[in-house]
Design a protein around this ligand. Sequence first.
Ligand code: PLP
Length: 450
Amino acid sequence: MQQPTREELLAWDRWHVWHGFTQMAEYEPLVFMEGQGCRLRDLDGRWYLDGVASLWCNVHGHRHPRLDAAVRAQLERVAHVTNLGASNVPAIQLARRLAQLAPPGLEHVFFSDSGSTAVEVALKMAFQYWRQRRQPKPGKNRFLALAEAYHGDTLGSVSVGGIELFHQIFRPLLFECFRAPAPDTYRTPPGVQPDELCAYYLQQVEQILQDHHHQIAAMIVEPLVQCAAGILTHPPGFLRGVRELTKKYDVLLIADEVAVGFGRTGQMFACQQEGVTPDFLCLGKGLTGGYLPMAATLTTTEIWNAFLGRYEENRTFFHGHTYGGNPLAAAVALANLELFEEERILESLPAKIARLQEHLERIGGLPHVGHVRQCGLIAGIELVEDRASKRPYPRSERRGWRVCLQARTEGVFVRPLGDVVVIFPPLAILLEELDFLCQVIERAIAAVCP
Ligand SMILES: *Cc1c(COP(=O)(O)O)cnc(C)c1O
C-alpha cells in the first residue's frame, strides 16, 4: 500500500477523523508519528514534551522497552480471547496483582475497556446489589455525586457527571441524582474560613444522606481531586469524612480513581492517602501505563456474594465487554505494575512533587494567575482576568487554549481545561524535563496574559 503524503494525512485527519472534545470546524491537525520517553514527535519532525501524559494515562514514558517487550511476548501467544465464561493467563495474574495492591478487601476485579465503562459497571453493580442482597433494599436505587463531577462520557457516567458544559444538553436522556457541592478550595462559600471548609462540605453531604439515604444506593467521588472539573483539589480529610458518612448511612462508596490512580497523587491509589477502602474502586487510564485500553472495577466480597446463585436464579451480573480482560492489555498492565517496583516509581515521586511545587509557587505570582492547585504530580493553574475578585476571562478569549498553543511553539504539548492550564506529565518525567515544562508554561502564561 502506498504511504499517504503529509498533505493527504492532514486533509483526511480534518475530514474523516472526528476528534473527542474538539470543535472540528476549527481543528488544526497535530499528528504524532512516534514517541520516546516523555517526548512525542509530529509529522514535521518537531519534538514535544508530553505534558498531559497522552491524556493522563502514560506512566513510564513512551516506548519503554519493558512494556514494548510485554506486548510482543503476549503477541507470540494470543492477542484476544473473550472473558465471558472463559479466561486468559495475564488477566488472571493482573486481577490477583490489583487485589494485592488495592486497599484491603477489594478482591474481585471486573475488567472493561475504558474509565467510563469502569464507572458504569460500579453503578450497575451497586444498584443490583441492593436488590439481591440477603436483606434487600430495592428503594436504594439512586446515586449521590458531587457538583462538577466527571466520570466519563457514556450515559450512566454522564448521569452522575456534573459539568454543565459537557453534560447539560444530555439531561433529558439521563437519570437524576442527588448532588452535593464540589469541595472547592478557591471559590469558597461566603463566610467559611479555610480551616472550616472540610467540615462545611461534609455537612452538606451529611444533610443529603440524612434526608435521602433510604433512596441512595451509592455515592461516587473522585478521591482527593476532581480532575476534569479543573483540577479541583479537595480539603484534606474530605475523602475520609465521606467514607465515614457513607458507612453511617448505609450507602456504598464508589471511588473513581480513573485519573488519580497509579501513583498520580504520590501513593499507588489516592484512597490510601486517607486510609480509605471504598466499596468499588474504578481504575483506567494509567492501568496499562498508557499503552492499551483497559479498565477495571474492583469490589468487595460483600458485593460479590449478592450475585452468587444457581444459573436460573438470574442473579448474574448481565454485563460484559467484548474486549474485557484483553490479554495484550493485561500483559502490558502487569509489566506496568512490575515497573513501579523495579524503577521505584513511588520512591521517586516526592522529589518531583516538591520540584513541581516550587515552580507553581513562582507561577502563582504571575498577575493573571488566580490560583494554583496541586495534588502529587497533578497541577492546575487557573487564569483569571482579575485576581482580587477572581473574575474569569470572557470565554471567547480562550486564554487557556492560547497558553497551550503558545507552549507548543516551544516544544511542550499540554491541554487546558477552560482557563485552567493542566500539568499532568508521565510519572517517569525527569527533573530537568519538569523544569523545562514549567518554565515554558510560565513564559506562555506571561505572553498570553500580560
Ligand atoms: C478520564 C476519566 C474517566 C473516563 O475514562 P475514559 O477511559 O475516557 O472513558 C472517568 N473518570 C475519571 C475521573 C476520568 O478522569
